[in-house]
Design a protein around this ligand. Sequence first.
Ligand SMILES: Nc1nc2c(ncn2[C@@H]2O[C@H](COP(=O)(O)OP(=O)(O)OP(=O)(O)O)[C@@H](O)[C@H]2O)c(=O)[nH]1
Ligand SMILES: [Mg+2]
Length: 369
Amino acid sequence: MSKCSGCGIEIQNQNQDKAGYIPFSVMTERMAAGDEVLCQRCYRIKHYNKFLPVGMGTDFYQKLEDILQTFNTIVWVIDIIDFEGTFRTDIALKLKNKNLIIAVNKADLLPNAVKYEEIKEWVCDRVSQVIRVKRDNIRIISTRSGFGINRLSKMISEINDTKVAVIGVTNVGKSSVLNEITDAGVTVSSYPGTTLNFIKTRLKDSNIELYDTPGIEPKDRVCDFFDIFTQVKMIPAKEISRKTFRLQAGRVMIVSALCYFKVLPVSESMYDPVFLVYAPQNVSFHETKEERIKDILENRKVIVPPYDSSFSMEGIVFEKHTYEVNEGEDIAIPGLGWISVRRGPLVMELSLPQGVTPVVRSSLIKPHK
Ligand SMILES: Nc1nc2c(ncn2[C@@H]2O[C@H](COP(=O)(O)OP(=O)(O)OP(=O)(O)O)[C@@H](O)[C@H]2O)c(=O)[nH]1
Ligand SMILES: [Mg+2]
């Protein structure tokens, strides 16, 4: 049997609830016409932007070891908007001895005034805290705007290897990168887990084989706790939103139904701390009194996500994290956004689902001088 040219899964005609299904008659018709054979799921994503969830039952993370045995050269795609959730130390350490290019995608979602050179500096600094990668092998890109794509393609073409795997967490844009630098036309969608298997493609004007791979699915980001349709809504389509706040004593900020925080008083400080909250547009911020938290989270009239009203908070255990954050630092919440402190220091008490670990880092977006 052949493979679906969109997601890489083996085509089958027996079970329409399983991955790779296409009715036999449609398949033979398409083959006779010389058209590409897409499974029903890819066909619906491509033509109607409709998603049919299919259970694969395997986490691609398990397969990462196999890839690493087969490939010496890796393009690791990261999402700049969720750097902490997609640049993962466990993956980085596995890539230590590889020919590695890190493509930091979705730069178009950063505010307009941001200078990409500064972002590159910041990324290089963060990467160097975990692994050694040549500065030139760290690329800031956007498949949406085309920024950095030609340079990335040239860089891959100059590699002294014949095959390269493109890896990364789900939804970072691996398949989108492939579609820019090959003629493959693989399936791209905002649903996590679009690519289901390896897909062999070829770098344009070159003999280098490039392999698309299924995304690694972390389970420890805020978005991973929501239903799949909410996750889709959380993929930012436009520049991420930011809002400045000054949070007074006794007030709490709720960011989606799965994160809230308050600022604890810092003894010597006479001022109200100022901070910015950055998150995708479909994530709401809501300031309230501490005693109202439970009611607001459960009734959810004023906050999204989740977007599915039947989403249940049952079984979600909140854990508190207390950090001191200085001026010029962010506290990043994997799979949600980040809070950037503009007048501090401040002590922040964050409540998040158990398993999600916030990260204090130097600010990704520096204030204008
Ligand atoms: N704004 C923006 N969105 C992007 C960019 N690249 C990809 N996307 C979007 O991100 C989503 C995921 O893209 P894919 O290319 O399917 O991601 P993937 O990493 O192959 O995902 P899986 O196959 O599920 O692992 C889609 O909605 C894309 O349109 C980019 O540079 N900017
Ligand atoms: Mg993909």
